[in-house]
Design a protein around this ligand. Structure first.
Ligand code: CP3
Length: 339
């Protein structure tokens, strides 16, 4: 690997500067992606056409100079593989025609297999060939609870009260569904690693809507099961958005790195997550500010985390209206950080 600083940082090996990439760097703000997106009927066509997914994956490596590529895809590949197709509605987000609300619905879900996500595996093969070991490739999946939330609600939600209703009123049923999602997710991630993903990130985007005990029971337990299977193959990064309240339990996960949202205090995170590499955690809205403000914020963030065992990133994905130049300032500021 020509640039393996991300893998070194994940392993806790000594580096000269922090590693850097951005959640949602593929797609969203770059001009090449915008053009690709206009050339197809919808988002899923991009995801399901390996040549186009490959192009979207590589663009940020070439134009931003980040230390890793992340495969252009979506966390919703998993529920689709289990028999629940989705549509991505313009300016609104995901939408499932069929949702899960009974034991029978759960029985009807199948275990996803390689054939169901063949288009992702093909895209990974193309990307690995094109990357030619310039930088590592990040594979990913949603956490079981985050997928559970989408397929019970059928779409995004402010409260996730439909999803939480099942947790509280039918806990055994909820666990059965979470187990089924976990099984397919492990198979999916193992397939990504087999095709060349060098490191894996698990996005727990919605676990933070749960309380402390509920989080441990319905989200963390299943993330732990994935980590136990995957972290022996490649390093695993867990992104528990809004759930740093479970810090002591997160520290026990069999993962190499924890990605933090912007609400987390770096010094506190270092105290609680001993031995983990930390990733994050600039507020994505900071990228609306000017060049000097971004550079100052990056320097302060790197000072506080320290450059060892650290991967500079945002505290959540890039917002679509972020100026592309500012994204580049962010990456450059990290690469120039030398304290
Ligand atoms: O990080 C990357 O650049 C890789 C690609 C990637 C996408 N989605 C592409 C995408 C990744 C890692 C994801 C993960 C994802 N998808 C998450 C977890 C991360 C997070 O943001 O919390 C979630 C919750 C989803 C589900 C999803 N996909 C939503 C809610 C939406 C609509 C709103 C939005 O975020 O844009 C999507 C669509 C989506 N996924 C787009 C992209 C580039 C935008 C679609 C478009 O271009 O029309």
């Amino acid at each position: 690997m020509k640039n393996d600083i991300l893998l070194k940082a994940a392993a806790g090996a000594k580096v000269d500067r922090p590693a850097v990439w951005l959640m949602r760097q593929a797609g969203r703000v770059l001009p090449g992606y915008r053009k690709l997106r206009e050339s197809v009927k919808d988002f899923t066509q991009l995801v399901k056409t390996p040549e186009l997914a490959c192009e979207a994956t590589l663009e940020p490596v070439h134009t931003l100079g980040v230390d890793a590529a992340i495969i252009f895809s979506d966390i919703l590949v998993v529920p689709e593989a289990m028999g629940l197709p989705y549509r991505m509605i313009e300016n609104k987000g995901p939408w499932f025609e069929n949702t899960i609300d009974s034991a029978k619905d759960i029985d009807n879900l199948k275990d996803g297999t390689g054939a169901d996500w063949d288009y992702v595996l093909k895209a990974i093969r193309l990307v690995k060939k094109e990357l030619n070991d310039q930088v590592p490739l990040i594979g990913f999946a949603g956490s079981p609870f985050t997928i559970f939330a989408y397929i019970t609600e059928g779409t995004g939600s402010k409260t996730f009260s439909v999803a939480k209703r099942m947790l509280f009123s039918e806990p055994a049923m909820a666990h059965r569904l979470l187990q089924k999602i976990t099984r397919t997710t492990i198979e999916y991630l193992k397939n990504q690693v087999r095709e060349g993903a060098d490191i894996i990130q698990i996005f727990d985007s919605w676990g933070g809507v749960l309380g402390y005990d509920t989080y441990n029971e319905f989200s963390l337990q299943y993330i732990a099961a994935i980590c136990d299977e995957l972290n022996k193959l490649v390093p695993v990064i867990v992104f528990p958005k809004g759930a740093f309240f479970a810090g002591a339990e997160l520290n026990k996960l069999n993962c190499r790195a924890v990605s933090l949202d912007w609400t987390v205090n770096p010094e506190e995170a270092r105290r609680v997550l001993k031995g983990k590499t930390l990733q994050g955690n600039l507020d994505p809205c900071m990228l609306y500010a000017g060049k000097k403000a971004i550079t100052d914020a990056v320097n302060r963030m790197c000072d506080r985390f320290g450059k060892q065992s650290y991967i500079a990133n945002l505290g959540h994905g890039l917002y679509p209206d972020t100026p592309a130049d500012n994204v580049k300032y962010f990456v450059d500021a990290v690469k120039e950080y030398s304290r």
